[in-house]
Design a protein around this ligand. Structure first.
Ligand SMILES: NC(=O)c1ccc[n+]([C@@H]2O[C@H](COP(=O)([O-])OP(=O)(O)OC[C@H]3O[C@@H](n4cnc5c(N)ncnc54)[C@H](O)[C@@H]3O)[C@@H](O)[C@H]2O)c1
Ligand SMILES: [Zn+2]
Length: 376
């Protein structure tokens, strides 16, 4: 499989073309040095997740050295806890101590946590350093590293502080997924299935047909799913970079329910993708209840999720969590408009719409029902 490029087209600003390339393939980490050197970069600070420093960040670092760049590595402890103001402040301090100037580029190596944190630190230090994203989880390769959303969490909620800061480029090396724990990998597949449901019926059918290769992380299957997902994310971001037209909101399919499940169960019980899988089950049920899709489509989506090893038993999750609390969290959701319930719902496979003004009674019914689809 030859490495491939996906272009993220963005409107120019201040006379600068901000569009960038996502490189997808095996061994892409070795391209980093030559690529930065081609941009006349002479110094790079690699901000890396502790879990990937020894293996994947080292390959990036060797590539940067070989291309003649001066480098510094800043390690970040693994886990969501690092996406915090204290950690951003520590990194700002380290950059100051190393006398990092505005010509220095940041290279973020890790999953969504390091991508979001390092992106935010890059966006804010000396009013903005260029950043390159090197995603090493499936979630980051198909989603978080693309599109420029950066940020940290507050005790009051996730991603409450942050900004849009597009990377100069993204290097998605399929080889780096070989060390990813299986549960993390499968969790990322929820976002992959999401692209099929919201935009691409034939990709959904491809996932059904190749489900065994996909679940087993076969390299050829990985190449196809990362490339296709990157194309979808890139197209949506190109058309609605700052989530103003409503188009980018379709990426939140399943996420209103997912955020409520994550928050009500206490962060840590579900991985994000697992909550998204449950959220897509609930959203499809809601669409069916509202007469937008038939129960066959609900079953078809849920079957694929289950076959890929993702959780789909919304009923048992909903039995444990209070419906009132879930509804209250959904009303507070960043994406809710004046407390009104708003969901991204399918109208057919490969197409979704943003639907406002959904009644709490319908949402509660979806969570309290024993299921419109056959549950096993
Ligand atoms: N910016 C966006 O648009 C966007 C989109 C989706 C999610 N996110 C954010 O992304 C975060 C979740 O990202 P994630 O799922 O990548 O989590 P993560 O960054 O916490 O990584 C998951 C785990 O895998 C480990 N890891 C990473 N790469 C590895 C590798 N190659 N081998 C072995 N272990 C590895 C990490 O240390 C961590 O323990 C959340 O904070 C979420 O808010 C952001
Ligand atoms: Zn998500």
């Amino acid at each position: 499989m030859t490495p491939q490029t996906v272009r993220v087209e963005l409107a120019a600003a201040g006379g600068c073309d901000r569009s960038y390339d996502i490189r997808v393939g095996q061994g892409i980490l070795a391209e980093i040095g030559p690529q930065l050197a081609a941009h006349k970069v002479t110094r790079a600070v690699v901000i890396a997740d502790a879990a990937v420093v020894a293996q994947h960040a080292r390959i990036a670092l060797e590539s940067l050295h070989a291309a003649g760049l001066d480098t510094l590595v800043l390690e970040v402890a693994s886990g969501e806890g690092s996406k915090a103001a204290g950690e951003a402040a520590r990194l700002w301090g380290d950059l100051a101590e190393a006398a990092v100037d505005r010509k220095t580029h940041i290279v973020a190596v890790g999953g969504g946590v390091v991508g979001d944190l390092a992106g935010f630190v890059a966006a804010t230090y000396v009013r903005g350093l260029a950043v390159w994203q090197v995603p090493t989880t499936l979630v980051a390769q198909v989603d978080s590293a693309i599109g420029g959303k950066t940020g940290i969490n507050l005790p009051a909620g996730k991603n409450l502080v942050g900004c849009f800061w597009q990377p100069r480029g993204v290097f998605s090396d399929i080889n780096s997924l070989a060390t990813l724990p299986k549960r993390e990998y499968l969790s990322g597949l929820a976002e992959v299935v999401k692209y099929g449901v919201i935009r691409d019926e034939s990709f959904f059918a491809w996932l059904e047909e190749h489900r065994q290769a996909v679940a087993a992380a076969d390299p050829a299957a990985l190449h196809h799913i990362i490339l296709t997902s990157s194309r979808h994310k890139a197209e949506v971001v190109s058309q609605d970079e700052h989530e103003t037209s409503g188009l980018r909101a379709i990426l939140n399919y399943g996420h209103t329910f997912a955020h409520a499940f994550e928050s009500a169960s206490g962060y840590g019980r579900f991985l994000h993708g697992e909550a998204v899988s449950l959220g897509m089950v609930a959203a499809a049920r809601l669409a069916c209840r509202l007469g937008r899709i038939d129960s066959e489509l609900v079953d078809r989506q849920n079957r694929l999720l289950a076959e890929l090893g993702l959780p789909t038993d919304v009923d048992s999750v909903a039995r444990e969590l209070a419906t009132d609390e879930l509804l209250a969290i959904m009303r507070r959701d960043k994406k809710a408009v004046s407390g009104q319930l708003r969901f991204v719902l399918p109208t057919r496979l490969g197409h979704v719409e943003l639907v406002d003004g959904i009644s709490a009674a319908d949402v509660a019914a979806v969570l309290e029902t024993t299921g419109l689809e056959a549950t096993g």
